[in-house]
Write a protein that binds this ligand. Structure first.
Ligand SMILES: Cc1cc2nc3c(=O)[nH]c(=O)nc-3n(C[C@H](O)[C@H](O)[C@H](O)COP(=O)(O)OP(=O)(O)OC[C@H]3O[C@@H](n4cnc5c(N)ncnc54)[C@H](O)[C@@H]3O)c2cc1C
Length: 402
């Protein structure tokens, strides 16, 4: 029986340049060498070495897409998609989520931070020396961002101006270790809804910030935390207020940030779905029941074809979307809708492949240490986080004008 991979297709030149393909090869070997061999160990330990950030930075994985003046390397969205897919094949969402939390924490700093703040915050994060995170979700709810209740009251004048932050955030990726946290706050306490929401950069060592680790179903290697802000004093210069240094710009920035996060989550889900399929196929070729390899039983063969098919459909959707985003090819509303739909398509493929992979592995699929077991535990956060399936369908319906 052949050992060929069903995913072994030549690169699609209409989507990827030789530079993209060279980058893919680099990230693949990094993930195979630096992450995959330790995935199970780090998951059990509930953490991974901080030194991985610097290793990823040396490869350009952290600085990709950020301005050169802050130590980044300009890169189109295809590079983010490639990095997400290839890191995902190591089969540990926990490591990938924490390693990548800068990509949700930093973009609002780049978009709305003052030049002095950017110069201080961004370079050490891109070098992998400091960790950045984003804190939007509150115990009262995550989907309804406009209802957030954490407050930041401005006090003082001139150089002594500062905000006093009170409230709670929960389920925050890199929440325990982050040095810089981009926090969604209500700067106008009298406001309701989206108006009056701002983003504020809170530093990890701010007095009054208390962080508690959260135990969860999957992503064990990721330091998800509950954050409590009790009278935290934050310099007014840490407001992400754009050139006018104005309050109330948070909601739009949060929504813009979500689009990139969703594209990357979709690409990651494709990688996880493929990792499950590859593990199940290798097992099915090896394992024998009733005198034949599992892969020779028609029921199992059909499962494997269903898995490959779903991975490929999701992948093509994500690649075509990334190409459109890269070239600005399409009306913005239609692309926002497709970004949500791509995340739904890819995470559904991941759910299907994780379920079938565990089934094909049988009892072994229920044992800790296999990729399929880990990804089966991790799949739900992909469907809920960064915009749940229900919320994204509502968003898509609105953007499509249905
Ligand atoms: C491991 C992990 C890491 C995370 N990391 C971060 C992070 O780094 N930063 C951060 O800010 N957040 C983070 N989150 C939070 C995540 O983004 C939220 O969990 C998500 O947005 C959903 O919010 P919620 O959990 O409050 O659910 P809710 O908003 O309470 O929703 C509960 C359920 O109801 C559904 N629902 C809600 N409203 C509607 C509606 N109008 N119609 C139909 N269905 C609806 C939702 O889809 C969901 O299924 C993380 C979550 C997890 C689990």
């Amino acid at each position: 029986m052949s050992n060929a991979s069903p995913f072994d297709l030549p690169p699609a030149p209409h989507h990827f340049s030789p530079e993209h393909e060279a980058f893919r090869a680099t990230v693949r070997s990094f993930a195979e060498r630096e992450i995959a061999p330790f995935a199970a160990e780090w998951d059990e330990a509930g953490t991974f070495p901080r030194s991985l950030y610097a290793k990823a930075a040396a490869l350009g994985l952290l600085g990709m897409g950020y301005p050169e003046e802050y130590g980044g390397t300009p890169a189109d969205p295809m590079f983010s998609v490639i990095a997400a897919e290839e890191l995902a094949r190591a089969g540990t969402g926990g490591v990938q989520a924490s390693l990548g939390s800068l990509h949700i924490g930093l973009p609002p700093v780049i978009a709305l931070g003052s030049p002095a703040l950017k110069a201080r915050i961004v370079p050490p994060v891109l070098r992998g020396e400091k960790i950045a995170a984003l804190a939007i979700t509150e115990p009262g709810g995550g989907s309804d961002v406009a209802a957030l209740r954490t407050t930041a009251r401005r006090q003082g004048v001139g150089g002594g101006a500062h905000y006093v932050v009170d409230g709670e955030k929960t389920f925050i990726t890199s929440g325990l270790r982050a040095d810089f946290i981009t926090v969604a706050v209500r700067t106008d306490p009298a406001s309701r809804g989206a108006a009056g929401i701002s983003l504020l950069l809170v530093e990890g060592d701010t007095p009054g910030l208390e962080r508690t680790e959260l135990k969860k179903t999957g992503w064990w290697a990721s330091d998800t935390a509950h954050l409590r802000f009790d009278g935290c004093r934050v310099p007014a210069t840490n407001l992400l207020g754009g050139p006018d240094e104005a309050e109330g710009q948070g909601f739009r920035a949060i929504m813009r940030n979500f689009n990139h996060e969703r594209l990357v989550m979709a690409a990651s889900a494709v990688g996880y779905a493929q990792a499950c399929t590859e593990e199940a196929l290798a097992w099915a070729r090896e394992r024998r029941t009733f005198g034949r390899a599992l892969a020779e039983h028609q029921v199992i063969r059909h499962k494997l074809v269903d898995m490959v098919q779903r991975v490929e459909v999701a992948r093509e959707f994500v690649h075509a979307l990334a190409w459109r985003l890269m070239h600005g090819a399409g009306d913005e509303a239609l692309l926002v809708a497709r970004t949500g739909m791509a995340k739904i398509q890819a995470t559904q493929a991941m759910e299907f492949c994780a379920r079938e992979a565990v089934q094909i592995l049988g009892g072994m699929g229920y044992m800790r240490g296999t990729k399929s077991e880990r990804l089966y535990r991790e799949v739900k956060v992909m469907v809920i986080g960064g915009g749940s399936e229900e919320i994204l369908k509502d968003l898509a319906a609105r953007q499509l004008g249905l």
